[in-house]
Write a protein that binds this ligand. Structure first.
Ligand SMILES: Cc1cc2nc3c(=O)[nH]c(=O)nc-3n(C[C@H](O)[C@H](O)[C@H](O)COP(=O)(O)O)c2cc1C
Length: 140
């Protein structure tokens, strides 16, 4: 998806929610920049998307991977254990980010292209979403 399509989707989502409840709703958008350069090319497009959301009334929060402590998934599967669902053994900045994402209406996830893929930094983040986003251990 390119940035124009992404920005249009953010805008359409905001518009739909405002139309449903114009006065009371405060939309929350979380932005994660998976580039190691907080002022690089990715950041310019990323800022544009967040600014667009903000100009349309959303509360926005920006995270830059460069300024975060996010470790790699340990594949321990504790987050899939009954009674411990969603709890990660790694205590780092992902705790705050997961909380923010769960209370958000939308997430803007940006990454530069590295070797035809998302960056390793963006992947670190995406693997840690595993605790919320994938099937239970027995289903894998
Ligand atoms: C390790 C590395 C791998 C890259 N691989 C690709 C690639 O596969 N295709 C591409 O078009 N650009 C590639 N690039 C160029 C970056 O995608 C480009 O410079 C991008 O704008 C960097 O984003 P940034 O300014 O947020 O760091 C690569 C750059 C680096 C450092």
């Amino acid at each position: 998806m390119n940035i124009t399509v992404l920005m249009e989707k953010v805008y359409q989502t905001l518009k739909l929610v405002y139309m449903a409840n114009p006065k009371e709703v405060q939309i929350k958008i979380i932005g994660i920049n998976g580039s190691p350069r907080p002022k690089g090319n990715t950041a310019q497009l990323f800022d544009e998307a967040l600014q667009h959301a903000w100009q349309n009334g959303a509360e926005t929060t920006r995270y830059d991977h460069k300024r975060l402590d996010i470790k790699g998934c340990q594949s321990c599967y504790q987050c899939k254990e009954p009674g411990k669902e969603g709890a990660c053994v790694i205590k780092d900045d992902m705790y705050q980010i997961i909380d923010d994402i769960l209370s958000a209406d939308g997430v803007v996830f940006a990454s530069p292209v590295y070797m035809w893929q998302m960056s390793a930094q963006a992947k670190l983040f995406s693997y840690r979403i595993f605790l919320q986003a994938s099937p239970a251990k027995g289903d894998l």
